[in-house]
Structure formats: structure tokens, C-alpha cells
Design a protein around this ligand. Structure first.
Ligand code: AVI
Length: 333
């Protein structure tokens, strides 16, 4: 009897991707969660977006960290276990690590393993004395953080890049509560938040002239073809991003150019012309709006740094109600 070769095994991440896409495409407003942007190609495209002249958040936050990193390190540590959520290429991290003491521990957590290992290697070469414990995981699903060494240092969560904006406000509260659990009762949180501003500036940032954001969005379709064997025509869709003033968020979509279908795992998902897959929200917050959100997750605002134009905020928050706060000396750097 001829034995059939077994179907290629899917990794847990591919299974997760398949079920998320299948579920998302079955909805009336089709959607795919933005965490699936970040395969190796998507992560490279994201780095290119960050370097475009239109995408102000990266350079603005980098400027704030560069100018005020020493003060930040003084408040969170300067000896601490620094847990970075979604560390990616960790380009901004040295701006903080360079002010931490040598007995600190750095725990980068990211879903994209090649990038995680590469960036940790680079940081370890820059900061040989700081112990580094990279963790390849979906940080939203991490139940607790067990470290090998005795855990005597205060934990501080570092969440730069305004990634918190990619969650709905309710999800953001859940995630901030999760960060509180990871950091423990004495924990601190240093988080970058993109502020509300003119729609013109926002729309330009998500529609860069080089086309990297469009390629990043469309890469989701290519990833579905590559990893899930989806049958689709990527040229049948186009990138769309626009600020929704009422909801205070940028919305990104993949819009169908014509009547067509995506076939996936024996199922067919029809599209009318103009029908879209909603791929990302990027919420923007005023300083007060974000503080209100953080309070719902037990965090107390302690310090705020922002740029001169008020484009971007870096908040420092703590769980300890007794920790002194540093307002109103909030810095505009
Ligand atoms: C990762 N995140 C904060 C980015 C943002 O601005 O929402 C992702 C991004 N999407 C398009 N451009 C950048």
C-alpha cells in the first residue's frame, strides 16, 4: 500500500495566523489583527517607515529619549529589570540602557525571533555588563515572567513606539493591567504615546510618498499566500489610511479594487469593489486622555516628557501610590 506523505505541519504561529484570518474574513467588516504585519519582511518595512520624513513618531520619540533618557533612568531605576514589550529592532533602547547601572537586567520580548536575536546581540555588544534575557513571545499572552536569576531588582516595563495606540481603548486598559502584573507591585512603566494633532500631519504619516506603508499593509496579503497558501490577487487590493476624527484614530484598510474572492483553507471570501479588510487602528491620545486610561489599569502618572510641538508624549507611571510624583515640572524637551 502506498503511504501518503503527511501534510506539512503548521507552526503554532501559522495556526494562530490562519484562525485569526479565517475569523476576521468571516465578519461583516472584514479585519485582520495588526500583530500579523510583523513577519521578517513586515518588520523590515516597518523600520523603513520609521525612517521616512512623514512618519514623525519615531524621530520625535527618539529625540525625547535622547535628551531626557538620564532623567528617565533615574526614575525607573537606575538599577532595574527593564522589560521591553515588542522590542523589534530596539533602536531606541540604547538611549535608556546607557543610563542604567551595570547590575540591571534587560528582557526584550518580541514575536519575531530573528529580529529579537539580532537586536539583542547588537545591544549585548554595546552593553556587555547588562544581563540580557530575550524572550520570543506574544507579550499580550505572557501569563507571568519567570527569570533565571534571583529577581531582586525592581521591574520597569518599557513600551515605546506608541504601540499602545494599536489597541482599542478597552484592550489598551487590559494591556496596561497586564503590564502591571508583569512588573509587580513596585513596578514602573515608561510608555510612548502619539498625541492628537492635525489630520493633515497624521494622514501624511500613514501615506508616505515612498510607499513603504502601502507595502507594509499589502505584505499581509503576501504573507497569507506564503504561509497559509491563500489564493488571492495582491494587485486586486490597495492601501488606504485615513484619520477618523470622531474615533480619534488612524484606520488602515486593504480595499478591493474589484469584485473578487480570497480562497483560504477550503473557504471562499467574496469581496465587492470598494469593500475592505480593516488591518489597523492607531489611536491618538491627549495627555489627559491617556492618563485617564492608565488610571483604570492602576497606574499613577508620575512624570511626562514631550517635544516642543506637542506631537508625542513619553509618560512615566508607577503602581506605588506613595512614590513621589514630579509634576508640574513636566519637561518639554
Ligand atoms: C507600531 N505602531 C505604533 C505603528 C503605528 O503608527 O500605529 C504601526 C504603523 N502602521 C503604519 N505605520 C506605522
Amino acid at each position: 500500500m502506498r503511504s501518503e506523505s503527511p501534510a506539512p505541519k503548521q507552526t503554532a504561529e501559522e495556526e494562530d495566523f490562519l484562525s485569526a484570518v479565517r475569523e476576521g474574513l468571516r465578519q461583516r467588516q472584514k479585519s485582520i489583527p495588526p500583530k500579523f504585519f510583523y513577519d521578517a519582511r513586515g518588520s523590515r518595512l516597518f523600520d523603513l517607515i520609521c525612517a521616512t520624513p512623514e512618519y514623525y513618531p519615531t524621530r520625535t520619540e527618539t529625540g525625547i529619549l535622547d535628551r531626557c533618557g538620564a532623567e528617565m533612568a533615574g526614575l525607573i531605576g537606575p538599577s532595574c529589570t527593564l522589560i521591553e514589550l515588542g522590542s523589534g529592532s530596539a533602536v531606541k533602547t540604547p538611549l535608556l540602557l546607557r543610563h542604567l547601572n551595570d547590575d540591571s537586567v534587560y528582557v526584550p520580548i518580541d514575536i519575531c525571533e530573528p529580529q529579537l536575536l539580532q537586536s539583542t546581540q547588537r545591544l549585548q555588544a554595546l552593553f556587555p555588563a547588562i544581563r540580557m534575557r530575550p524572550l520570543c513571545a506574544d507579550y499580550t499572552r505572557l501569563p507571568a515572567l519567570e527569570l533565571d536569576e534571583p529577581d531582586t531588582l525592581r521591574r520597569a516595563v518599557f513600551f515605546p513606539g506608541s504601540t499602545i495606540g494599536n489597541y482599542t481603548p478597552d484592550e489598551a486598559v487590559q494591556l496596561l493591567r497586564h503590564a502591571a502584573q508583569l512588573s509587580g507591585s513596585d513596578g514602573g512603566l515608561l510608555i510612548g504615546v502619539d498625541c492628537k494633532k492635525s489630520p493633515g500631519l497624521l494622514n501624511a504619516a500613514y501615506n508616505d510618498a515612498s510607499g513603504y506603508t502601502a507595502a507594509f499593509n499589502l505584505n499581509l496579503l503576501a504573507r497569507m499566500q506564503r504561509e497559509l497558501g491563500a489564493q488571492l490577487d495582491p494587485d486586486g487590493f490597495e492601501h488606504y489610511a485615513c484619520y477618523n476624527t470622531g474615533k480619534g484614530r488612524i484606520e488602515m484598510h486593504l480595499v478591493s479594487r474589484r469584485k473578487q474572492a480570497i480562497r483560504l483553507d477550503g473557504e471562499s471570501f467574496p469581496f465587492e469593489p470598494g469593500e475592505s479588510i480593516h488591518t489597523e487602528n492607531s489611536y491618538k491620545y491627549t495627555t489627559q486622555e491617556f492618563r485617564q486610561l492608565a488610571r483604570k489599569a492602576w497606574w499613577h502618572p508620575r512624570m511626562l516628557w514631550s517635544d516642543r510641538e506637542g506631537l508625542f508624549d513619553v509618560h512615566y507611571l508607577s503602581l506605588n501610590a506613595a512614590e513621589p510624583h514630579h509634576f508640574p515640572q513636566q519637561a518639554r524637551c
